[in-house]
Write a protein that binds this ligand. Sequence first.
Ligand code: ATP
Ligand code: MG
Length: 378
Amino acid sequence: MTMSALGEPCVLLKLGEVVLKGNNREIFERTLQANIKAALKDLGFKVDVRQRHGVIALFLPEGSGVERADAVAGRVGYVPGLVWIHRAWRVAKDPSAVTKAAIELLADREDVRRGVSFAVRSRRRDKRFPLTSMELDRSVGGELNDIYGLPVDLKNPELVVSIEVDRDEVFVFTGGQPGQGGLPVGTSGRGLVLMSGGIDSPVAAYRMMRRGLRVDFLHFSGIPFTTSESIYKAYALVRALDRFQGRSRLWVVPFGKAQQSIKASGQDRLAVISQRRLMLKTAEEVARRLRARALITGDSLGQVSSQTLQNITAQDDAVDLPILRPLIGLDKTEIMAEARRIGTLEISELPDEDCCTLLAPRRAETAAKIADLKQIER
Ligand code: ATP
Ligand code: MG
């Protein structure tokens, strides 16, 4: 048991758009809970996941220390569908217990010694509590002010003490970390990511997972004419991305021979688009077997010659499935910043022998005609 007035450490999660989903809300909440449980499965201790009104509370085994709350917060920090993660203290539903916890929460803090401005912000999800939110703010704020002599600043406080009155307990905390936002993985169905070893496609995968797609990954390797490095890179990238969804699968297609036939057709300038169409057709077949309803690529308009509007149109023509391109309107610098944030940039920047280099013509066509491409395919 924790002997302090703080009560038990726990983790409080604020849901994002999930709460807007009307009738589907229950499905969304259930999926999110399952994703949270999966993310915490191998931590080595049991975590109780409790759905409350608009929030999820994660309770730790009795007597747990803050390190466990930190470990839990670290894991759920990757789970899409959550906007805020708070390491909180769970205290008895009684105004004096709340005040005591708030006092202890601020003890031994460097910023408190420095004299930061502060505010208490209370909310009640259970209106039966004897004090209103405003009364709680005033009474706890007054006590903190007496004890620590901190200036109150209701508009722009440097430190916010949050008090949330719930059904069975009160949560007290300061600060928090932003979650991934978005929707729970699985609530939008399944997709198949065309995953190179580059910077863009992992970011595209992340963006679609965050919109609720569960994704599988498909990589084309130049084998037998290139080394296996790009496969190891794709594997490492999938591992990094797996933190956001769990149970990820990577499929690898040896593509070298197919590329050789494209090259043999002699249509040098069309080779890149032609092989892209072949990748998409192959991906569509794999998607059909996996019951994935969309293909995902890292295309960004105009970034390279294969990504002009006309060449994108020529690629869409190759398949019936929708091709989702979440990076279409982003600049390379924006994509790189996101890659760094989600932990894939370092891996993408490792050297490899991309299968596409086999085909790099001196001048690539920027406005491929679909009829010409069909001729090559024949
Ligand atoms: P990336 O950084 O994702 O490699 P890129 O800027 O290098 O993108 P391209 O090489 O033109 O762009 O590729 C465009 C998209 O085609 C990629 O984002 C990816 O979705 C898909 N793609 C390219 N090469 C491969 C590959 N070897 N295996 C699977 N998909 C690929
Ligand atoms: Mg690439």
